[in-house]
Design a binder for this molecule. Structure first.
Ligand SMILES: *[C@@H]1O[C@H](CO)[C@@H](O)[C@H](O)[C@H]1NC(C)=O
Ligand SMILES: *[C@@H]1O[C@H](CO)[C@@H](O)[C@H](O)[C@H]1NC(C)=O
Ligand SMILES: *[C@@H]1O[C@H](CO)[C@@H](O)[C@H](O)[C@H]1NC(C)=O
Ligand SMILES: *[C@@H]1O[C@H](CO)[C@@H](O)[C@H](O)[C@H]1NC(C)=O
Length: 451
């Protein structure tokens, strides 16, 4: 009797051992199925709890999550962040990303142990099933936007290139995918700041205020859902960029209560205000400090010459004393933006498509700054604006202790050349005015056809 019992026990043990791999597989597929395709439906996980999974199996699954360095130093910059997965674009020509949970992650969540703000190789990631997170790990509910950039989320230009793919992702979800939190990384190092302008733009675009994860709490953090962009806009084509810019422009205007259909009547701030009939709205967006114009009054006078010829309104403003929404409002009613090279130029995003940009640099940039100085030409290209060229200050007092022309001049104030500015403005303004008149006529005639 005892012997039989032992045998039976033996058989049971054997049977359960044989059953373990299929059972494990079943668990894997169950969790996988349960979590995949949930990306764009963040809330609805109400249908049924998972069937009870034997505790021993869960323990094994928990232990199977392996933490690897977030920054894989054997890899190139585009892939060192979570290097064991390939990023993909869906649809093609969008920026490449990683989604958790997803079929590619076998239904697993992304878990991060990220104590370091200095060394990305000291931070780590693992994949784990929702119902078998590593011991001590904390489940962070909702959708996380995880951004790794080789640049900087506090610099408006660089931060914008990191933000665009998320805005596009959100738009493609039918505006349902709203981030509960952001996890920001620079080469795998934790970052906890985003420029205020970007954070407001993000909030306008997704409807969710930016909350940045600090990773200060004890335990690894596992995101209920996460989308990772680790190479800014890499993979995104021009058409997709334009579409994302249109989306952000539209959302920012709505957020700020700017009625785009009446933007031609809204006028700028300051001197442009009230001139509703102006055929052309010109905005001088000044900087304070580095790369400001030496003589703003003289520069303003030159461009105001267009008033004499008629049909133009000139608004002058300092970017630093406008709120985000004041910037959106002003640029929504601007046909030509005149500004010195610098972060405030990112506001071109808010102009109507086909509007014009004129850019100014101190001495030294043209000679030595290389391709990076053209970022606002690129931006004009992917926001659908016309970059009308640049003026580089041609001469200046040398720096006695600094033979490097860029280092010496980079942040200095910018002079002006009345003759050059006036001729350039006349050309740009005339063409812009003509384009505007043509598109207004086209709009009117298509309106007639509809009637
Ligand atoms: C990623 O892509 C490379 C090259 O296309 C391939 O060799 C590698 O196996 C892929 N890795 C994974 C995890 O799919
Ligand atoms: C805006 O800022 C500039 C420079 O920072 C300053 O000179 C100017 O007076 C300010 N204008 C207003 C209206 O506050
Ligand atoms: C922009 O201008 C081009 C021609 O210069 C025109 O074909 C296009 O329709 C314009 N786009 C918009 C949005 O006005
Ligand atoms: C100012 O611009 C005009 C027209 O381009 C040019 O002929 C002149 O040499 C410039 N003056 C200076 C001081 O650079």
């Amino acid at each position: 009797m005892a012997k039989i019992a032992t045998n039976t026990n033996h058989v049971i043990v054997k049977t359960s051992l044989c059953l373990l791999p299929p059972l494990l597989l079943a668990v894997v597929f169950y969790l996988h199925f349960q979590t995949q395709l949930s990306m764009f439906s963040p809330v609805c996980r109400c249908a049924g709890q998972p069937a009870a999974v034997p505790g021993a199996v869960v323990d094994r699954l928990r232990a199977s999550a392996t933490f690897l360095p977030l920054k894989d130093t054997r890899q190139g910059a585009e892939t060192w962040f979570i290097s064991t997965l390939n990023a993909t674009a869906e649809p093609e020509a969008e920026a490449r990303n990683l989604v958790f949970p997803s079929p590619a992650s076998a239904g697993r969540l992304l878990c991060l142990a990220a104590p370091s703000r200095r060394d990305g190789a000291k931070n780590a990631y693992a994949f784990a099933w929702r119902d078998a997170l590593p011991r001590g790990a904390v489940l962070l509910p909702g959708l996380a936007f995880v951004s790794e950039t080789a640049y900087d989320h506090t610099n408006i230009w660089h931060g914008l290139t990191a933000l665009v793919p998320f805005a596009s992702w959100h738009a493609r979800s039918g505006c349902r995918a709203r981030p509960v939190r952001w996890a920001l990384f620079h080469q795998g190092e934790v970052r906890t700041e985003m420029s205020g302008w970007l954070a407001t733009l993000e909030e306008a675009a997704t409807g969710a205020a930016v909350a940045i994860e600090t990773f200060d709490a004890p335990g690894e953090a596992c995101f209920e859902e996460a989308v990772v962009f680790r190479a800014n806009v890499a993979g995104m084509n021009k058409e997709r960029m334009l579409r994302a810019a249109d989306f952000m422009r539209c959302k920012a205007r709505a957020y700020c209560g700017v009625d785009a259909s009446s933007s031609s009547k809204a006028g700028g701030s300051g001197e442009g205000e009230g001139d509703a009939s102006a055929a052309l709205r010109v905005t001088l967006l000044f900087r304070a400090g580095a790369r400001a114009f030496k003589d703003e009054a003289a520069v303003t006078r030159v461009f105001e010459e267009c008033r004499r010829v008629g049909g133009c309104a000139v608004a002058a403003a300092h970017a630093n004393n406008l709120t985000f929404c004041e910037q959106v409002r002003l640029l929504s009613s601007t046909d030509v933006l005149i500004s010195a090279h610098g972060a405030q130029m990112t506001n071109m995003l808010f102009m109507d498509r086909n509007s014009s940009v004129m850019e100014f640099y101190p001495l030294g940039w043209k000679q030595r700054a290389g391709g990076g100085q053209y970022v606002y030409r690129w931006m004009a290209d992917w926001t659908g604006m016309r970059h009308e060229g640049s003026w580089w200050e041609p001469v200046g007092e040398p720096c006695p202790d600094n033979p490097d022309i860029l280092d010496c001049w980079k942040e200095r104030q910018i002079g002006h050349n009345e003759t050059y500015f006036a001729e350039w403005a006349a050309r740009v303004f005339a063409a812009a005015k003509e384009r505007k008149a043509r598109s207004a006529a086209a709009e009117a005639s298509s309106g007639d056809q509809r009637r």
